[in-house]
Design a protein around this ligand. Structure first.
Ligand code: OAD
Length: 262
């Protein structure tokens, strides 16, 4: 691991364009559950088909809205961890860098990352289900919210103040297309970087999982931070087996030869 970390730090420290792609693992040490980890992952405890599809929302809007309000409340109580902060530090060191996340939390922003690309939307950007997709604010929502959401709790979604349609979470559900501008920006950044760092993603959800391969085929060095093997291992030049909050600060410190004191 020490040798792999040293090689990764050399690549990162000499890169002029860096892309960081994150998944749920980056937020695990902030107390936000991942999706596919055994026992603790959301998809081990909840049925995605009943909670994360447009059909589920139409069938039972209160169940789906309540589940997302429960997740939003958990994320609001969570704090960014040293992994999120190390990624923000990379952006400070390498201004021409892009952070792409599959996460719907706001922990990158709260750690200081500028304008992360949210491939799968955000818990904090609700919109109505009408074709126009009017954005809604949580001020609108709190007026009509019947109570605090809790795990499994039902909460009636509010109505759009513009057109009275139901308001839905601003996340990408199974079967839905990713936001086109976000996907285009992510692919362009990946095709034009020197180093792509993939952190805390199982690499099984497409098209996000294609992004490390796009970077590798364009000549970038792909470095992975994950305690477990993933299907992305084969496109990665270096696999750092460890957690984001442990590995990323050490990687950033080594890349720019900082000591803990300095
Ligand atoms: P997953 O839950 O599929 O994968 C989480 C990954 O993080 C796994 O590979 C873990 O080994 C790793 N991991 C766990 N703890 C970690 C830690 N402390 N540090 C680093 N890595 C850690 O989550 P995603 O890959 O993000 O989609 O899932 C992709 C998409 O599937 C999500 O965006 C979501 C879900 O369905 C939508 O909501 C559209």
């Amino acid at each position: 691991m020490a040798e792999a970390l040293r090689r990764a730090a050399q690549l990162l420290g000499s890169a002029r364009r860096v892309v960081v792609l994150t998944g749920a693992g980056i937020s695990a040490e902030s107390g936000v559950p991942t999706f596919r980890d055994d026992l603790t992952g959301l998809w081990a405890r909840f049925d995605a088909q009943q909670l994360a599809t447009a059909e589920a929302f139409h069938a039972d809007p209160d169940l789906v809205w309540g589940w997302y309000e429960w997740r939003r409340a958990r994320v609001s109580r969570a704090e960014p961890n040293p992994g999120h902060r190390a990624i923000a530090a990379i952006q400070t060191r390498v201004p021409d860098s892009t952070v792409i996340t599959q996460n719907v939390d706001d922990l990158h922003e709260r750690a200081g990352t500028r304008a992360p690309i949210h491939l799968h939307g955000s818990l904090f950007a609700p919109r109505c289900i009408a074709a126009a997709g009017h954005p809604a604010t949580f001020e609108d929502i709190s007026e009509s919210e019947p109570g605090q959401p809790d795990e499994g709790g039902r909460v009636a979604p509010p109505q759009c103040t513009s057109c009275s349609a139901l308001v839905r979470p601003g996340v990408v559900w199974f079967g839905e297309a990713l936001p086109q501008a976000a996907l285009t920006a992510a692919v362009e950044a990946a095709a034009d970087c020197d180093v792509l760092l993939t952190v805390g993603t199982s690499g099984v959800v497409y098209p996000a999982a294609e992004i490390p391969g796009i970077a590798a085929r364009s000549g970038a060095a792909v470095i992975q931070v994950n305690p477990q093997p993933t299907p992305l291992d084969r496109v990665c030049a270096i696999n750092l087996r460890g957690t984001a909050a442990q590995v990323l600060p050490a990687l950033v410190a080594a890349a720019w030869e900082e000591t803990d004191e300095g």
